[in-house]
Design a protein. Structure first.
Ligand SMILES: [Mn+2]
Ligand SMILES: [Mn+2]
Ligand SMILES: [Zn+2]
Ligand SMILES: [Zn+2]
Lengths: 154, 154
DNA sequence: GCCCGTATTGCAACGAGTTGCAATAGCATC
DNA sequence: GATGCTATTGCAACTCGTTGCAATACGGGC
């Protein structure tokens, strides 16, 4: 593992404090806790999930603070969220690439729609309407191939 | 107004009772209230909205009953729902045609994506993944042309 | 190292749903 | 028109957030 590419973005969680202060925002104990939790998380997580994980680190954690901080971090581009089929928020932690979601409402599996695959979809809407799609917030429900075969009607 | 086309689907709200019973379900006072409210509603409505309107008719209305009945009616295809940007449910009452939604998160306006416009989008996903999109549940956020011009960065 | 403006927090109350359960009431059958 | 099965209701408690407000505590400036 010696030949790791040098220009890969570093973890970068340490820059968060700086970026907050640069905007006149503050680096508090509560934010340190949440950012610590996020640094140890990958993939998609629920807001409630994050509250719970913060509480594991600091039992005095309050939900409103966590949700408010998530809003701030989303402004900074550090997290993104989309919504599950029930509308609940799901956060992506430092998504490698911008992506949308495809979810089967029968087997509940989720697939990511990468930027390449999304390109034509996004371009079509852009062309027809001048509307810029927020890809990371996109969550498409339906039925996957396997489930459709399993129960054509139902 | 004499020359109304004859084959237009009739209001059809009266069939609801029959369709419920055909499935072994029941036609209750509470369901009569909700269906009455729906018959007098068009476009998109929130669940909470519907609870409120039912209460105007029958003050003893209970939220859980309304939401449970909406689920049943959705099974019957009488209503459909999608989600607002905040994830809250929004119902379409007897949508004329299956359609998706485009919503600008700056001006909060909503546009419908008709079946024709959606066709290519849906077909692309179907072709690439074998995934069948639930168009009426689709809600795409982003920024409309006007808002993008108004504040290119922001 | 202290001051002070203001960003942030915690609390409490609220809003939108959801769920388990015991009581009620459709409705199909006789 | 009465009976019985079971779908449905209402209640209460719970989940996931959101919001207003007074108290707290960052952190830039001195
Ligand atoms: Mn939904
Ligand atoms: Mn959202
Ligand atoms: Zn599936
Ligand atoms: Zn707009």
């Amino acid at each position: 593992m010696g030949a790791r590419s040098m220009d890969e973005a570093p973890a970068g969680w340490d820059e968060v404090a700086t970026r907050l202060r640069a905007r006149g925002l503050r680096w508090t104990a509560q934010r340190r806790t949440l950012v610590g939790v996020l640094a140890g998380t990958s993939g998609h997580v629920t807001g409630a999930d994050l509250v719970e994980r913060c509480r594991a680190v600091d039992p005095t954690t309050t939900p409103s603070t966590v949700y408010r901080t998530l809003d701030v971090l989303e402004d900074l581009g550090i997290v993104r969220h989309a919504h599950g089929a029930d509308g609940r928020e799901e956060f992506h932690v430092r998504p490698a690439a911008d992506h949308g979601h495809l979810r089967c409402d029968r087997c509940l599996q989720v697939w990511e729609i990468g930027p390449d695959e999304a390109r034509s979809l996004v371009a079509a809407i852009e062309a027809a309407r001048g509307f810029t799609v927020d890809l990371s917030h996109l969550s498409i429900s339906g039925r996957c191939a396997a489930c459709r075969e399993a129960s054509p009607r139902g």
